[in-house]
Design a binder for this molecule. Structure first.
Ligand code: C2E
Ligand code: CA
Ligand code: CA
Length: 453
C-alpha cells in the first residue's frame, strides 16, 4: 500500500516535471520562432515573417493599404568604409526609425541585406508621409556619429482585389528600381508606366523559351582593334532577339532575364553558338579571332558553369585562350559570392578574364590586386566625358591602375578619330567602338576580319 504522503509526493513530482517540460518546450519554441522569423541584426521580422503577416494583413485590412520597399544606395560602399559592425548598427537604427515614422500597426521587416519592407494602412496624405520618411529616416545618429543615408523608396498602393503578397512586394521593388535612375525625387509610386512594363515583361516571359527553341536569338559581333597597328584582333559577341521581323536590343530583355534567371540558359546557348562559329572560321579561313563573351553575374551563384563551358569548348576543339569572358565589375563586388575562387577556376581552365564596364562599380585596388585578371575594359562613359585636351581624365588614372596590376586595357565606345588618337597616346591596348564598326552579323564580321587583319 502506498501511503497518502507518497501519493502526494509522486503527484508533486509528476506535476513539477510536466511544468518543467512545458517551460523548456516553450523556450525551445520561442528560440525556433526567433530563428525562423526574426532578423537578428535589427530584431525586426525577416522575409518569412513579412510574407506570412503581410498575407494576413491583405486578408483582414481592406482599405488605404500601402507597401513600401526601401534600401540604402551604395550600402556596400558604406560597409567597406565603416566595417560590418558599424553598418549593422546603421541597419538597426534605421529599422527603429521606420517603425516610429510609419503609421500605427505597420508591419516592418528587414527582408534581405539592406532592404526593408513595410505594409500599412494610411488615410492621410501619403506623399507627405513619404517625404517625411525620406527626410527623417535618412538622418541617423549611430555611436555618436551623424550619418546621412541616401535612401531609395518605392511604393505600391495596394489594389482592392490584391491578395498575393509576393506580387505586392514585386511592385514596390519595381518602383524602388525606378527611383534609382531619377534625380531630385524622394520616392516613386508604382504607376501605369510600371504596370505596362510589368505586362510587357509578362509577355516576354511567356515566349522566351519558345524563342530560344526557334533560334530567334542571334549573335552580332563588334570588332576589336589593336590600338597601335589598327588591325582587327577579334570581337565581342552581343546578342540580338529577332522577334516577328523586329530586332530587339539586349537592354530590353537581359535585365529581365537576369532577374528570372533565364540568362543562365541564354548565355550558355550564346556561348555554344560562338564556339561553333570559331570552329567554322578556323576550318574555312584558317583564322581564330579572340572572341569576348558576356557572362552574367547570375552564373556566379554556382561555379559549375565553368565546367559546362569547358565541356563545350572541348566538344568543338576550341583553344580557350581565344575566348575572353567578360564579367562586369559589379559582379565582382558581391559580398555573397566568392568571386576570386570562381575567377581562379576560369583562369585555370585557360580562358581570358576581363572586367567589363570598369570604373562604374566600386571595386577597390586591394580587391583588384587579389583578383586573377587579364584585361580591364574601360566603360564608354569615360570616353564620352573625357576632355581630350587635358590629362586629368579618369581614363588616365585607370591606365595607371592597369599598369600597376600588370593587366591589359581595352576601351569601349570610341566613336571619333580624335578619341582613337588619344587612346594611342595613352597606350591603351585595344579599342572597340563605332569608329571602327558597330556590332555586325556573323557574315559581315567574316568579311571585315578578312579585310582588316
Ligand atoms: P556591354 O557588354 O557593355 O556591351 C557594349 C555595348 O556598347 C553594346 O551594346 C555595344 O553595341 C555598345 N557600343 C559599342 N561601341 C559603341 C560606341 O562607340 N558608341 C555607343 N553609343 N555604343 C557602343 P548592346 O549590344 O546593346 O549591349 C548592351 C548590353 O547587353 C551589353 O553591354 C551587355 O551587358 C548585355 N549583353 C549583350 N549580349 C549579351 C549576352 O549574350 N549575354 C549577357 N549576359 N549580356 C549581354
Ligand atoms: Ca561586354
Ligand atoms: Ca561594357
Amino acid at each position: 500500500m502506498i501511503s497518502l504522503g507518497t501519493c502526494f509526493l509522486i503527484n508533486f513530482i509528476v506535476i513539477g516535471v510536466s511544468i518543467y517540460i512545458d517551460i523548456s518546450n516553450q523556450k525551445k519554441n520561442r528560440k525556433l520562432y526567433r530563428i525562423a522569423y526574426i532578423d537578428p541584426i535589427t530584431t525586426l521580422g525577416n522575409e518569412a515573417y513579412f510574407k506570412e503577416n503581410g498575407t494576413n494583413f491583405l486578408k483582414t485590412v481592406q482599405k488605404n493599404r500601402y507597401i513600401v520597399a526601401l534600401d540604402i544606395n551604395r550600402f556596400k560602399v558604406l560597409n567597406k568604409l565603416y566595417g560590418y559592425d558599424f553598418c549593422n548598427e546603421i541597419l538597426k537604427s534605421l529599422g527603429q526609425k521606420l517603425l516610429n515614422l510609419l503609421p500605427e500597426d505597420n508591419i516592418t521587416c528587414r527582408i534581405s541585406n539592406d532592404i526593408f519592407t513595410s505594409i500599412f494602412s494610411y488615410k492621410g496624405n501619403v506623399k507627405a508621409l513619404l517625404d517625411k520618411i525620406f527626410n527623417e529616416a535618412s538622418r541617423l545618429q549611430v555611436e555618436d556619429t551623424n550619418i546621412t543615408l541616401n535612401l531609395a523608396i518605392g511604393v505600391y498602393k495596394i489594389n482592392q482585389n490584391d491578395t498575393d503578397i509576393n506580387k505586392a512586394i514585386d511592385k514596390s521593388y519595381m518602383a524602388r528600381a525606378k527611383i534609382k535612375g531619377l534625380y531630385n525625387a524622394n520616392y516613386y509610386i508604382f504607376d501605369d508606366i510600371l504596370e505596362n512594363k510589368l505586362l510587357d515583361e509578362q509577355k516576354i516571359e511567356s515566349c522566351m523559351e519558345e524563342a530560344l527553341e526557334n533560334k530567334e536569338f542571334k549573335i552580332y559581333y563588334q570588332p576589336k582593334t589593336h590600338t597601335e597597328t589598327e588591325k582587327v584582333i577579334g570581337a565581342e559577341a552581343l546578342v540580338r532577339w529577332y522577334k516577328n521581323g523586329v530586332i530587339i536590343p539586349p537592354n530590353d530583355f537581359i535585365p529581365l532575364f537576369e532577374r528570372n534567371k533565364f540568362i543562365l540558359k541564354l548565355d550558355l546557348y550564346i556561348f555554344e553558338q560562338v564556339c561553333k562559329d570559331i570552329a567554322s572560321w578556323k576550318e574555312t579561313y584558317g583564322f581564330t579571332p579572340i572572341i569576348s563573351i558576356n557572362v552574367s553575374k547570375e552564373h556566379f551563384i554556382n561555379e559549375n558553369f565553368v565546367d559546362e563551358y569547358v565541356e563545350i569548348t572541348d566538344k568543338y576543339g576550341i583553344d580557350r585562350s581565344k575566348i575572353d569572358l567578360e564579367i562586369t565589375e559589379s559582379a565582382t563586388i558581391d559580398e555573397n559570392i566568392d568571386t576570386i575562387e570562381i575567377l581562379n577556376k576560369i583562369k585555370e581552365k585557360g580562358f581570358v578574364v576581363s572586367i567589363d564596364d570598369f570604373g562604374t562599380g566600386y571595386s577597390s585596388l586591394s580587391m583588384l590586386q587579389s583578383m586573377p585578371l587579364d584585361i580591364l575594359k574601360i566603360d564608354k562613359v569615360f570616353v564620352d566625358k573625357a576632355d581630350l585636351s587635358s590629362d586629368r581624365n579618369i581614363i588616365n588614372y585607370i591606365m595607371l591602375i592597369a599598369k600597376r596590376l600588370g593587366v591589359k586595357t581595352i576601351v569601349e565606345g570610341v566613336e571619333t578619330r580624335e578619341q582613337v588618337e588619344y587612346m594611342q597616346k595613352l597606350k591603351c591596348d585595344v579599342i572597340q567602338g563605332y569608329y571602327y564598326s558597330k556590332p555586325i552579323t556573323r557574315e559581315e564580321f567574316e568579311d571585315y576580319f578578312n579585310k582588316n587583319r
